[in-house]
Design a protein around this ligand. Structure first.
Ligand code: DGP
Length: 207
């Protein structure tokens, strides 16, 4: 039986990384599971992305958009292989962040979507949603490029459009999960939506 491909999305401070770790620990009780973080900053493309996010280099908006996508493509072969072997892959961010963040900077939505067409299609996307008020209670943003209130607000609006696009093209796979509450409460909400039935074959994104 193949592994599942599960994606967690959400804004900075939504608790995504904490929940990804908890989810993997729980999944490992039933079989092999591994984390795939995006951007994967360990590859040579990932190092360019890392320098950009830390404002060590400047980059044209389209150039960085394509690098984020290239980073997903370079990891996609291993994702497919692992899933075929029965390993469940949990991605911390994926193509949906790619669209939401770049569209929030003003790039056309359809342009943002195009380079990821054909990537492995997640069986389920868990979008941790948090109101601006609850996000503000979690403290200051960090130092990286997009970690400002204005950028996060615009990205939040774009995530709603991404959700609509997913519902249109791949109905039933996008799950909004309320990220307000304790780590345990949010973890329980995730547990309830993650047990999906999967198709025999892994699909292709946007196709
Ligand atoms: P993280 O390592 O999860 O903190 O993500 C780093 C930052 O990069 C975060 O602000 C979200 C942003 N990001 C993640 N993926 C993409 C992408 O594909 N495109 C763009 N433009 N930004 C992204």
């Amino acid at each position: 039986m193949r592994g599942k491909f599960i994606v967690l999305e959400g804004l900075d401070r939504s608790g995504k990384s904490t929940q990804v770790d908890r989810l993997i620990q729980r999944l490992e009780q039933d079989g092999p599971a591994r984390l795939q973080k995006f951007p994967d900053r360990t590859t040579s493309i990932g190092k360019m992305i890392d320098a950009y996010l830390q404002s060590k280099t400047e980059m044209d908006d389209r150039a960085i958009h394509l690098l984020f996508s290239a980073n997903r493509w370079e990891c996609s072969k291993r994702i497919r292989e692992d899933i075929a072997k029965g390993i469940t892959v949990v991605a911390d961010r994926y193509a949906f962040s790619g669209i939401a963040f770049s569209a929030a900077k003003g790039l056309p939505f359809d342009y943002c979507l195009a380079p990821d067409e054909g990537l492995p299609l997640p069986d389920v996307v868990i979008n941790l949603s948090l109101s601006p008020e609850d996000a503000a209670k979690r403290g200051q943003y960090g130092e990286e490029k997009y970690e400002t209130l204005d950028m996060q607000e615009r990205t939040r609006a774009q995530f709603k459009l991404v959700a609509r696009e997913m519902e249109r093209r791949h109905p039933g796979r996008w799950k909004d999960v309320d990220a307000a509450g304790s780590v345990e409460e949010v973890g329980e909400r995730i547990r309830q939506v993650v047990g999906v039935e999967v198709d025999t074959e892994l699909g292709q994104l946007w196709m």
